[in-house]
Design a protein around this ligand. Structure first.
Ligand SMILES: *Cc1c(COP(=O)(O)O)cnc(C)c1O
Length: 245
């Protein structure tokens, strides 16, 4: 990752500060509109392609959760994150053979979508003497190319994970399809909220539905209105991503 020039970095930090305050206000507004309070919603910043200096600036403003979605990138930035003041989570597609590399570095893996992956997390967590908290990622739009478990298989997968040691299901995560209108995306958010409620009603051992992670830069307010209590925001905070660097 290239270092930003001093001028560019200064400009960038100012923008992040402005964006951070704006998003905080929007989250608070949606929380109240949906009958909750600001403190009931977790603001996680999706930090892919973002320089650690910029991430740490957001942490200095009050950000408490960051999420990476590539193992390689997480490892290369790991020593620079200010993890005394924020928790690092994994939010991307995770290959079984890479679990070992992050198991002792993240506080939550949001993207578990198969028993095979859960089994490997369980094995590595036991090795490390920890219990890893996870979310089950749901392919709510039934898209072929997308990660996430199919809705019909969700109960079965949660049942299987609940029997595993070293891993604990804390909720659900989704990345809905790209939608033209907010009415369209709201349907997916509502569907997720219904699944979330249905599963919590079942009260399975070792499974809690504390976290419903959905909503990104373009739709986090809508997601909160539909019951999300964690949003994952990237470009609205850090600006448009530059994948060329
Ligand atoms: C990048 C990313 C986000 C944030 O996307 P933005 O549209 O930039 O807010 C959220 N969730 C996951 C899993 C991501 O990879």
């Amino acid at each position: 990752m290239e270092k930003l020039s001093d001028d560019l970095l200064f400009q960038k930090l100012n923008n992040v500060e402005e964006n951070y305050k704006y998003i905080e206000e929007k989250i608070a507004e949606a929380a109240v509109k949906s009958g909750r309070q600001r403190k009931d919603i977790t603001f996680l910043a999706a930090t892919k392609t973002v320089q650690p200096a910029v991430i740490n600036h957001a942490i200095s403003l009050g950000l408490r959760y960051i999420g990476e979605n590539r193992v390689q990138e997480l490892l290369s930035k790991y020593d620079e994150y200010d993890l005394n003041n924020a928790q690092l989570q994994f939010i991307g597609r995770l290959q079984t053979n890479k679990v070992r590399q992050i198991i002792d570095k993240v506080s939550l893996i949001q993207s578990v979508d198969s028993a095979k992956l859960a089994g490997e997390i369980s094995r590595r967590a036991i090795e490390n003497g920890i219990v890893m908290d996870v979310l089950v990622e749901v392919n709510v739009g039934q898209e072929e190319s997308k990660s996430g478990v199919q809705i019909e298989m969700l109960d079965e997968l949660i049942g299987e994970i609940s029997e595993m040691k070293g891993i604990s299901v804390k909720g659900l995560m989704a990345i809905p399809p790209i939608c033209e209108t907010s009415q369209e995306i709201v349907k997916y958010f509502e569907k997720m909220h219904k699944l979330f409620i249905d599963i919590s009603t079942k009260k399975t051992d070792n499974v809690s539905m504390n976290i419903l992670s959905m909503g990104m830069s373009d739709d986090y307010s809508e997601a909160i209105m539909c019951g999300a209590n964690m949003v994952r925001v990237g470009s609205a905070l850090f600006g448009k991503r530059d994948y060329t660097k």
